[in-house]
Design a protein around this ligand. Structure first.
Ligand SMILES: O=P(O)(O)OC[C@H]1O[C@H](O)[C@H](O)[C@@H](O)[C@@H]1O
Length: 640
């Protein structure tokens, strides 16, 4: 097998090589992930550079990174900010363009357990930029390189590739400041394992999955595997990876397997191996403007839904807020070709310091920003994306948000018109009002499952496999996946479904801007109070007695469950898949373990603050017996 023999060759080199140079310590020289050569540059120069690059053919060989050249949209160059050595946090931030040349320094060797800490459910997440106190860099270049080599080995096994088969992996990234350095590192990891790399530059997570399905030789598609470099809405110093094959996103077990393999690969790295992989990578990496295919598919979908009209959104004014993430393309590459006016769109420029607001439709400041933009511009609709565009939300012309339960209600209404009676799978924190809306008003079935986009999607797939038809899996977080779109959670595709509705209403003579959407959610009962309080488990507390926070959290939940049984005002939800969900005082609460953190998130919804406090007080009385649980957020809520 050609690929395996390449890996074997590497292994042989490892054994035969000693660390060289003044930098070596413990036999290992590695490259620091963070950028040393940053220099102020003129935006104009980068813009010109980028324009020239865009005129090049679709496919070309890899060239060293220069300024913002990898940005693929016509909107702007990729603006990179960084912090000087002496700065920390966001204070004294300067706008700097980074030539992402890695520094050489020594890092300690890593155990398997250090690698496993990078797992975040079905993603990999870590700290890739130094400068935040208490958050040491753990997603370094060599770590990334090892993870990519491990993914390659995993992929070769999965695809049962033989010596004649050249597997191809696409790589894309969001606007984070460590994107470029990590892209180069993972490219090296893949090339050193004998696979081909195709870099897409700035891209969205769903586009990366799509590249495993697209049939187009000119764009080197389909690829066998795909990696998106992103940490979604997390702060600027983090980054991570999501992996795809044509079967979808990798699951938890695969990620664990890959990290275990990565630890072995990493511990065999030497200076020579790292240098060799660098030379090999330079010669063989290709670049492709894949986002142009992806966006033209979105445009085609809306045109088709509107009866093949060229500009079905003519006359609509739609503003986009990309939060300086990767979603800026939606204005110029999707809405404008469809005829919409996008004036007043904001934060379309990629900027990994996220200077305006966190790109996250769950964030109140972010939603306020797009709402204000809609009202200020008197737009028909506002659209907002998270950093890597797998999540989205919208705002109607009156400033009403379509996010959380309202987005699910809207999408359910659209999907149930197409598939009457279908099952809508959602996460666990959806409201009782949503269930009533889906089941009584829309005639569908609401299957309230667990939190976590992968859980929700996998459950919908499972239901279909046992004969229960489901066409939509969607979370209050704004992750939503449709059966018609290969169960891919694509924020842009969700918005396309909404645009289809606008366009088809227009085509059938219904005017009134986004009113057609607002009307679809009429009848959804919304609570007066809806909060999420996150109760932290102090892992260093002696109460844990060396046990895991998960066990501790489970004990809290068991105790709460027992306490509910003896309270006549409260009723446990008859069907529940996660945590303890209880109805009472006209509302409900759910206490559950966070998917990732040592935290018990508590959701409360009620018709009044008084009723919400009654529910909160019950939880407080039960959890007060657990001293390692920080209840300050709940204390504050019940006292306010
Ligand atoms: O369990 P939590 O800490 O609330 O996090 C839950 C969330 O984690 C990630 O952000 C996933 O992408 C979401 O799909 C999930 O809903």
């Amino acid at each position: 097998m050609r690929v395996l023999s390449a890996v074997l060759t590497l292994r042989t080199q490892i054994i035969g090589t000693k660390a060289i140079g003044n930098f070596a310590m413990s036999g290992k020289v590695v490259h620091n992930v963070y950028v040393s050569q940053c220099y102020q540059q003129n935006r104009q120069i980068i813009g010109t550079q980028y324009q020239r690059d865009r005129c090049a053919p679709y496919v070309h060989n890899f060239l060293p990174f220069q300024g913002g050249k990898l940005a693929w949209t016509g909107i702007s160059s990729m603006q990179l900010h960084t912090l000087s050595k002496h700065q920390s946090g966001f204070v004294n931030r300067g706008t700097v363009y980074c030539n992402a040349a890695p520094t050489t320094s020594v890092v300690p060797s890593l155990d398997k357990v250090d690698f496993l800490k990078l797992q975040n459910g079905s993603d990999i997440r870590g700290v890739s930029v130094a400068g935040v106190e208490g958050e040491p860099v753990n997603l370094t270049e060599p770590v990334a390189e090892a993870i990519a080599a491990a993914f390659s080995g995993w992929l070769v096994e999965k695809k049962k590739a033989d010596a004649s088969g050249h597997l191809r992996v696409s790589i894309g990234h969001d606007s984070r400041i460590s994107a470029q350095v990590l892209q180069d590192a993972i490219s090296r990891g893949i090339v050193s394992a004998g696979l081909d790399v195709v870099q897409y530059g700035l891209a969205s997570t769903p586009a990366m999955f799509n590249s495993t399905l697209t049939e187009d030789d000119a764009f080197l598609c389909p690829v066998d595997g795909s990696i998106m470099i992103t940490a979604s809405h997390l702060p600027y110093n983090r980054n991570g990876f999501k992996f795809f094959t044509n079967a979808g996103g990798l699951g938890k077990a695969d990620i664990k397997d890959i990290l275990e393999r990565a630890a072995d690969i990493y511990n065999n790295f030497t200076t020579e191996i790292l240098m060799t992989s660098k030379e090999q990578a330079h010669a063989s990496i290709k670049r492709v403007d894949y986002m142009s295919i992806y966006t033209s598919d979105l445009v085609k979908a809306v045109r088709k839904a509107a009866g093949n009209t060229e500009k079905p959104l003519e006359g609509f004014h739609i503003v986009v807020d990309a939060g300086n993430g990767a979603g800026g393309f939606f204005a110029a590459k999707v809405l404008e070709p469809l005829g919409a006016v996008t004036a007043g769109s904001q934060f379309l420029e990629p900027d990994g310091m996220f200077p305006n607001h966190i790109p996250n439709p769950e964030d109140k400041t972010a939603m306020k920003a797009i709402t204000q933009a809609v009202l200020h511009n008197k737009a028909d609709l506002g659209i907002i994306f998270d950093t890597d565009v797998d999540r989205s939300a919208a705002v109607d012309s009156t400033g009403h948000e379509f996010n959380r339960n309202r987005l699910i209600a809207l999408m359910s209404a659209i999907v149930l018109e197409e598939h009457p009676g279908t099952t809508i799978v959602t996460d666990s924190v959806t409201s009782d009002g949503l269930t009533t809306f889906i089941e009584k008003k829309l005639g569908g079935k609401h299957h309230r499952f667990k939190r976590g986009y992968k859980n929700v999607i996998d459950e919908a797939i499972r239901l279909n496999s046992i004969g229960e038809e489901s066409h939509l899996a969607i979370e209050t977080s704004g992750h939503g996946a449709l059966k018609e779109n290969h169960w891919l959670d694509d924020g842009a595709f969700l918005m396309v479904k909404i645009l289809n509705k606008l366009a088809s209403a227009r085509a059938s003579g219904v005017g009134g801007g986004s009113k057609v959407l607002t009307d679809l959610v009429q009848g959804l009962k919304e609570p007066a109070v809806a909060v999420e309080l996150r109760l932290k488990i102090n892992q260093n507390h002696p109460e844990l007695k060396g046990g895991s926070f998960r066990d501790y959290g489970e004990a809290v939940l068991k105790h709460l469950e027992n306490s509910v049984e003896s309270d006549p005002n409260l009723q446990k939800a008859p069907v529940n898949y996660e945590g303890v969900r209880v109805s009472g005082f006209g509302g409900w609460f759910l206490l559950r373990l966070s998917l990732h953190d040592p935290v018990l998130p508590l959701n409360i919804e009620a018709p009044s603050k008084e009723d919400a406090v009654k529910l909160g007080l019950h939880v407080l009385a039960a959890v007060n017996e657990f001293p390692a649980l920080d209840t300050s957020a709940l204390d504050k809520f019940v006292q306010a």
